[in-house]
Design a protein around this ligand. Structure first.
Ligand SMILES: Cc1ncc(COP(=O)(O)O)c(C=O)c1O
Length: 423
C-alpha cells in the first residue's frame, strides 16, 4: 500500500510533470506539516501551480465563476473524448456506463453518502432545477429562501409561483453576516404551517459568506421542513460532508472548487426523497427509485464526467484541508494589504468565509472598476451590484501566485490614490 505521502508526491509530481518546464520542478514539502503552516510554504505551492496550464499573461481572480482543471484532468478528458470517437458503438454500454459508477462512488465517498444518492449532472443549475421543479407542491404551499439566493434559482421559484400559485418567502441576509443565529432565527420566524421546503445557499456568491447550514437544517427539521442546499461554491473548497450538513438535497458544480472539467456537477438526493422527486425528463416506471433517473436525458458527452476520476485524485492528494488553508491565506494576503485603506469596506465576515471575499470601494462603481482592472491590467474580478451588495468579489485559486496578488494590490492601491482614469 503506498503511503499517503507517496501518493501526494507522485500525483502532484505527475500533474506537474505534464505542465512544468524542467526548471520549475520542486520537491513537495512533507504533508505532515499542519495546513495553516503549509499554506505559507511557497515552495510547496509552486509545485501545485505547475500542475495547471493557466495563462499567466492575465490574472484570474474570479475562481468563484470557474476554476481551471489541472493538466492531468484535461488530459484525461481529452483521452475519454478520443475514445468515444474511436469506438462509439460500444463506448457507452461497454466502457462509459460502468466507469460512471466509479466516479459516482468517488463523489459519494468524498461527500460521505451512498453512491445511490448521487446523480451526475452538468452543473448546480441542473441539480437545483431537478429539485425545485420536481418537488411536489400545490397552490398555496410555501417555499422559504433568502433574498441572496442565486438569481436562477429564484427565477425557478418565480415561475412556479406564476404557473402553480405556490408562495415564495424570502428573508434578508445581513451584510456582512456576523451572527449566524440571527439568520437561523429569521428563517425560523418565517416558517408557517404551509412551509414545505427551505432552500438556501451554502455560500452566498455575492459576498462569499458561508451560511450555517447545519444549524439551518436542524432548525428546519424540527419543523418537519426538508432543506435544499445550493452548494455551487463549496464542494471541494473546504472540508464538510453530507452528514455534517444534514441536508435533504444538495446540488453542486464540479468545475468550480473540485477543479473538474467544465460542465460537470453532482446532485445529492437523500434516499427517502428519491421516490417522490420527479425527474425533469420522465423516466421508465421501474427507474423511479433509482438516482440515475435524473441522468436519463438522452445522448450526452461523458468525457468530462469520466475525467472527474482524475479531479478527485488531485483533490484528495492535495487534501481539502490544505486547499482551504491556502485559499484563506491568499484571501488574507490581499485583504490585509488593502483593508487599511479607508475607502475600502469588507462585506464578508472573515471567520465564516474561505476563498471568496467582496470589498466595497467608496465612490467607485464596481463595473467601472472591473472594466478598468480588466481592460488596462488584465486582472479579472467579479463586479457585484445587487442590493444590498455593491463591490468587487475577489476569489484566487490554489494555483494563484503571491506575485499575482501583489500586482492586484499594487493596481488597486494606485486606483485608490488617483481614482479611475476618466474615459
Ligand atoms: C451560489 C451559486 N449557485 C449556483 C451557481 C450556478 O452554477 P452553474 O452555472 O455551474 O450551474 C453559481 C455560480 O456561480 C453560484 O455561485
Amino acid at each position: 500500500m503506498p503511503s499517503r505521502r507517496h501518493f501526494l508526491r507522485t500525483t502532484l509530481a505527475a500533474s506537474a510533470a505534464l505542465a512544468a518546464p524542467r526548471w520549475a520542478a520542486h520537491p513537495v514539502t512533507s504533508p505532515d506539516v499542519p495546513p495553516t503552516v503549509l499554506a505559507q510554504d511557497e515552495a510547496f505551492w509552486q509545485t501545485v501551480q505547475q500542475a495547471f496550464s493557466v495563462d499567466r499573461s492575465l490574472i484570474h481572480l474570479n475562481n468563484g465563476g470557474v476554476n481551471p482543471a489541472p493538466l492531468m484532468v484535461q488530459h484525461a478528458e481529452q483521452a475519454h473524448q478520443q475514445a468515444s470517437h474511436r469506438t462509439p458503438f460500444y463506448a457507452y454500454e461497454g466502457t462509459i456506463r460502468p466507469q460512471r459508477e466509479v466516479v459516482r462512488q468517488g463523489l459519494a465517498d468524498t461527500f460521505g453518502c451512498h453512491a445511490d444518492e448521487i446523480a451526475l449532472t452538468r452543473n448546480t443549475s441542473e441539480g437545483m432545477a431537478i429539485c425545485q421543479l420536481g418537488f411536489n407542491l400545490k397552490r398555496g404551499d410555501e417555499v422559504l429562501t433568502t433574498e441572496q439566493d442565486y438569481p436562477r434559482m429564484l427565477n425557478i421559484w418565480a415561475q412556479r409561483a406564476a404557473r402553480e400559485g405556490i408562495v415564495i418567502r424570502k428573508v434578508p441576509v445581513p451584510v456582512p453576516l456576523t451572527n449566524d443565529t440571527e439568520l437561523v432565527d429569521a428563517l425560523e420566524a418565517a416558517i408557517t404551517p404551509r412551509t414545505r421546503l427551505l432552500m438556501c445557499c451554502h455560500l452566498i456568491d455575492l459576498t462569499g459568506q458561508i451560511l450555517p447550514v447545519p444549524a439551518i437544517t436542524a432548525m428546519a427539521h424540527r419543523h418537519g421542513v426538508p432543506v435544499l442546499v445550493d452548494g455551487a461554491q463549496t464542494f471541494g473548497q473546504f472540508s464538510f460532508t453530507q452528514p455534517d450538513l444534514g441536508c435533504d438535497f444538495f446540488a453542486t458544480s464540479l468545475h468550480k472548487w473540485l477543479m473538474g472539467p467544465q460542465g460537470t456537477g453532482m446532485l445529492f438526493v437523500r434516499r427517502d426523497h428519491l421516490h417522490d422527486l420527479w425527474p425533469l425528463m420522465p423516466c421508465d416506471a421501474e427507474e423511479i427509485d433509482d438516482i440515475r433517473k435524473f441522468e436519463d436525458v438522452g445522448t450526452q458527452p461523458s468525457a468530462g464526467l469520466l475525467a472527474l476520476g482524475e479531479a478527485l485524485a488531485f483533490h484528495h492528494s492535495l487534501g481539502v484541508e490544505r486547499k482551504a488553508a491556502r485559499l484563506r491565506y491568499l484571501r488574507d494576503y490581499w485583504l490585509d494589504a488593502l483593508l487599511p485603506h479607508d475607502r475600502i469596506r469588507l462585506l464578508t465576515h472573515r471567520p465564516t468565509a474561505c476563498a471568496l471575499a467582496t470589498i466595497q470601494v467608496d465612490d467607485m462603481d464596481p463595473v467601472a472598476l472591473r472594466n478598468f482592472l480588466w481592460d488596462q491590467h488584465r486582472i479579472r474580478v467579479r463586479p457585484i451590484k445587487q442590493d444590498p451588495v455593491e463591490g468587487i468579489r475577489v476569489s484566487p485559486g490554489v494555483y494563484t501566485t503571491r506575485a499575482e496578488l501583489d500586482r492586484f494590490v499594487e493596481v488597486m492601491t494606485e486606483v485608490l490614490h488617483h481614482g479611475l482614469p476618466s474615459s
